[in-house]
Design a protein around this ligand. Structure first.
Ligand SMILES: Cc1cc2nc3c(=O)[nH]c(=O)nc-3n(C[C@H](O)[C@H](O)[C@H](O)COP(=O)(O)OP(=O)(O)OC[C@H]3O[C@@H](n4cnc5c(N)ncnc54)[C@H](O)[C@@H]3O)c2cc1C
Length: 473
């Protein structure tokens, strides 16, 4: 069998990255410390920032650690869109927290939703009994923001957790199945129209991935699916990926076009309801509408009783502490921290991870009677976004890359930063398989019982009756 040389290049790159990543996980040895009272450190949220802090604090002498998260797993959000488009399984990008955070008598992992914080009594309120703290790290991240239109959430689901991704996967695959049974061409066109609102990395990645799913995979399954999907990416800005340099935005838009995605820029969504998207005077009929636009911080400002900054984020000082709340630090997407130029740091995984590492170090120093570290400084190692197979953009300061080299870097970097050898191995294997076969193994429509579905997936359910779909098993 002949294989494209690119497969081998990709394979070598990914295997190298997986190997490097194994070494990446080695943890600092606990420092010696004189016996004394334990410092109770509570970490809220075990996403990128919280998990990094927890890993650096776990098993350290003098530290009693409690990690609280609404979910029992750490989620690698940058690959969530691949679960939503049937390229990866949930377990490829998520790992149980109890398997990652070292098990020890002074480390607890609680699955609970934080409802508030008693800053006077220094306790966290999360369902049952309050959890006391000496030091609190808040890393509960962000959630979708519908720009003052919360009702849009019911018909335009967003992508933030595994429940959202599985709900969207069902919606997308069911739309394709129903298109086969459409009574009229108009109805089929509506079912095969996917509108993504927001041309940032998630919107671009989702649009490209749905286009490839439709063109390369579903079209080969059944003749009836050969009519291509209409994928429309809408953004009010004048370019996609506006956080990248203009030349890379242009490359991304061209790559989307080559996949058949229609990019509508400078267009504002004025209404969304039941399969209809309103763009001013124009109405788009679409069965699937996906919200990939704004986000806002989780309600940390309310919990602390402080005034929220831009995007609902909590303003923190240069050492990531909250003014007037001793021992409270906010990091990641929930924090409004400034870089050395006075600009807000972006909501990105590396920012959260570096902040997690920084606050853990600050708490350890304090516990050992040392001085506070110098102000937090974010090190930007570059930004990557993918559009599809062999299509990506990468910006490393003045170095701008697009196409295959950027795509290989994107793939290698994502494998490098996944948590755990199993996930790195599984994702590498799945991508190599998909690259060679043009197939996606996770094209499963799985009906989940009502009680297991969160609010997010309930709103992501198909809006009309389903066709006769063969259920697996
Ligand atoms: C679809 C998607 C794609 C992305 N792609 C990229 C990318 O390619 N590159 C990049 O750098 N960044 C990307 N990001 C952004 C990146 O994921 C975030 O910046 C990063 O996750 C922020 O880390 P965090 O620790 O602040 O919060 P998160 O990683 O979001 O973690 C928050 C944690 O808090 C928990 N939590 C929330 N509320 C509560 C509560 N009330 N009680 C208990 N627990 C709670 C959640 O369960 C979660 O585990 C993407 C985000 C999304 C949604």
């Amino acid at each position: 069998m002949t294989r494209k040389p690119a497969i081998w290049i990709a394979g070598a790159g990914l295997a190298l990255a997986a190997g490097m990543a194994v070494r990446h996980e080695s943890k600092a040895r606990p420092a010696r410390m004189a016996p004394g009272p334990l410092r109770r450190v509570v970490v809220l949220g075990a996403g990128f920032g919280g998990l990094q802090a927890a890993l650096d604090l776990a098993e350290q002498p003098g530290i009693d650690l409690t990690v609280i998260d609404a979910h029992n797993h750490h989620l690698f959000q940058p690959l969530l869109y691949q679960v939503a488009t049937a390229a990866l399984s949930p377990s490829d990008i998520a790992s149980p927290l109890r398997g990652i955070i070292p098990d020890s008598p002074r480390t607890r992992v609680l699955m609970a939703t934080v409802d508030g914080i008693d800053t006077v009594g220094r306790t966290v309120i999360c369902g049952g009994e309050p959890v006391p703290y000496d030091d609190l790290i808040i890393a509960t991240g962000s959630q979708a923001s519908y720009f003052g239109h919360p009702s849009w959430a019911a018909t335009a689901p967003s992508l933030k957790n595994l429940d959202d991704a599985l709900g969207l996967r069902n919606c997308i695959l069911v739309a394709f199945e129903r298109a086969l049974h459409a009574a009229t061409n108009v109805e089929r066109d509506r079912l095969l129209t996917f509108v993504l609102i927001g041309g940032g990395p998630t919107g671009v990645e989702m649009a490209g991935s749905i286009a490839e799913l439709s063109r390369d995979i579903l079209a080969h399954d059944d003749d009836g699916m050969r009519s291509p999907a209409r994928i429309i990416l809408v953004d009010a800005a004048d370019r996609v990926l506006s956080e990248f340099a203009p030349d890379l935005s242009a490359d991304a838009a061209a790559a989307l076009k080559s996949l058949g995605v229609t990019v509508r820029l400078g267009v504002k969504v004025t209404g969304i309801e039941n399969g209809m998207v309103q763009l001013g005077d124009e109405t788009l009929a679409a069965e699937t509408v996906i919200w990939t636009a704004g986000t806002q911080a989780t309600p940390v400002a309310d919990w602390l009783g402080v005034k929220a900054g831009r995007g609902g984020r909590v303003v923190v000082n240069p050492t990531l502490q909250v003014a007037g709340h001793a021992g409270v630090r906010v990091i990641g997407d929930a924090a409004l921290a400034l870089d050395t130029d006075g600009k807000p740091l972006p909501g990105l995984a590396p920012v959260a991870k570096q902040q997690g590492r920084y606050v853990a170090r600050a708490i350890l120093r304090h516990a050992r009677g040392g001085r506070q570290p110098a102000p937090f400084r974010y090190r930007d190692y570059g930004t990557l976004a993918t559009i599809g197979r062999n299509k990506a953009v990468a910006e490393f300061g003045a170095i701008h890359l697009s196409g295959l080299p950027a795509w290989l870097m994107w793939a290698g970097a994502h494998i490098f930063f996944l948590i755990g050898f199993r996930n790195r191995f599984m994702v590498t294997a799945q991508w190599l398989f998909a690259y060679a076969t043009h197939d996606r193994a996770d094209r499963l429509i799985v009906e989940r019982p009502e009680r297991e579905r969160g609010i997010a997936s309930t709103r992501a359910r198909p809006r009309s009756p389903q066709p006769p779909v063969a259920k697996p098993g």
